[in-house]
Ligand binder design. Structure first.
Ligand SMILES: [Zn+2]
Length: 334
C-alpha cells in the first residue's frame, strides 16, 4: 500500500504544471567545465581552441532548439584590433527562440566566448571570464526551448571581445533584424566569482526606466543583486559602460543591462579555472538572469513603449555614427 501511495504521489507531482522555470544546474556546470578544459586552449580568437569552443556551442545551441538565422549559427566578420593595422577574422554564434513576426520587439542576449589563450606561458582558461556567461546563456536557451518566449529572443555568443569588443560591434553593425526592433540587450560577462556573492546589474543610469524593472525581478539564492557601475559616480574604473560587449549596443542607443561581477584576484590570470568557480553563486546568477529574460519577454511591449518615451524626451543629442571602419562611434569620438 505504501508503495502504491508513494507512486501515486510521485505521479501527481510529475503531472503538476511547471510553476517555476528553472535552469538545469547539472548541465550548466558541465558546460562551464567543458568550455574551460585545457583542450580549448584559452579560446583565443582565431585559434583551434576557439573553433573547438564554437563546435561545442553549436552542438548545445542545436540541443537547446535554437534556430539559425542563416544557414548556420555562424556570423563571420573581419576586424582590426586595437593598436594594430592587421585585419583579423572572428566568428559570432547566433541563434534565436520565439516567433519572428518581422516587426515585434526583440531581446538580444550576448556573452563572449573568446578569452586570452595563453598568458604568461600558461593557458588562461577563463572560467569566470567568460565561460560562466556562455554557460548561463546556454542554460537559459535550453529553458526557453520548453517555455517558448512571446517575442523573438536572439542568443549571441560573441568572439573577439578581449581585443576590443569586436564581435559585439560586428553584431550591432549587422543585426539579423531591423535595429529599431531591438529594445534590450542583456549582456553576461563574468558570473562566477565574488566573495560577497554580489552581482552588479549595470545600465539603468543611462536608461532610467529600466531601474524599477530590474528591482522587480526575482533574485535567486545566494545572489545579492545591486544596481550600479554605470556612471562616473562609481569612481575611476567603476563606470563599466564601455567595459564589455553591451558598449556596442550603448553606442547604437539600444538599452542594455550588463550582469557581471567586480574584478577579483583571478581576473585575466591562469588561475581563473573551473576549480575556483563558486558553483552556488554561478547557478544563482544564471537563474537570476533567466528570471530577467522571462520577466522582460513578458513585458517587451512595455519596454518598447518606455524606450520610445525615453527617446522622445531626450534633447536632440548627436546620434551614434558609424565610422569609416564600420564601427559605431561615440558622439565626440573621432
Ligand atoms: Zn570578459
Amino acid at each position: 500500500m505504501r508503495i502504491v501511495l508513494t507512486s501515486l504521489i510521485a505521479a501527481a507531482v510529475l503531472s503538476l504544471p511547471a510553476l517555476a522555470q528553472d535552469i538545469n544546474a547539472e548541465q550548466a556546470l558541465i558546460d562551464l567545465r567543458i568550455l574551460t578544459t585545457d583542450e580549448m586552449d584559452g579560446r583565443r580568437t582565431g585559434t583551434q581552441g576557439a573553433a573547438d569552443a564554437r563546435a561545442y556551442i553549436a552542438e548545445r545551441y542545436f540541443m537547446a532548439g535554437l534556430v539559425a538565422i542563416g544557414e548556420t549559427f555562424e556570423q563571420a566578420f573581419t576586424y582590426t584590433p586595437r593598436r594594430s593595422a592587421e585585419q583579423l577574422n572572428g566568428i559570432n554564434m547566433i541563434g534565436y527562440h520565439g516567433y519572428d513576426d518581422g516587426e515585434g520587439p526583440v531581446l538580444v542576449m550576448t556573452a563572449h566566448y573568446d578569452h586570452l589563450g595563453n598568458c604568461g606561458g600558461q593557458i588562461c582558461n577563463g572560467a569566470d571570464d567568460n565561460a560562466s556567461g556562455v554557460a548561463a546563456m546556454l542554460a537559459i536557451a535550453e529553458v526557453l526551448r520548453d517555455h517558448p518566449p512571446v517575442n523573438m529572443v536572439i542568443f549571441a555568443a560573441l568572439d573577439a571581445e578581449e581585443n576590443g569588443l569586436n564581435g559585439a560591434r560586428a553584431l550591432v553593425a549587422d543585426l539579423p533584424v531591423n535595429p529599431d526592433r531591438v529594445v534590450l540587450n542583456i549582456n553576461l560577462d563574468m558570473l562566477a566569482i565574488n566573495a560577497e556573492n554580489e552581482l552588479p546589474a549595470a545600465g539603468a543610469f543611462h536608461f532610467p526606466f529600466l531601474r524599477e524593472h530590474i528591482d522587480a525581478i526575482e533574485v535567486a539564492e545566494p545572489v545579492q543583486l545591486i544596481q550600479g557601475y554605470d556612471s562616473p559616480e562609481w569612481g575611476p574604473g567603476g563606470d563599466w559602460t564601455y567595459s564589455s560587449d553591451h558598449a556596442a549596443f550603448h553606442d547604437a542607443g539600444i538599452p542594455w543591462i550588463y550582469y557581471g561581477v567586480d574584478f577579483h584576484e583571478h581576473y585575466h590570470q591562469p588561475t581563473d579555472e573551473f576549480e575556483v568557480v563558486q558553483q552556488d553563486f554561478f547557478l544563482g546568477n544564471a537563474q537570476t538572469v533567466l528570471n530577467a529574460v522571462v520577466y522582460f519577454d513578458e513585458r517587451l511591449d512595455v519596454i518598447a513603449a518606455e524606450l520610445a518615451e525615453h527617446r522622445a524626451a531626450l534633447p536632440a543629442v548627436e546620434e551614434a555614427r558609424v565610422g569609416e571602419d564600420g564601427r559605431f562611434m561615440k558622439p565626440g569620438m573621432e
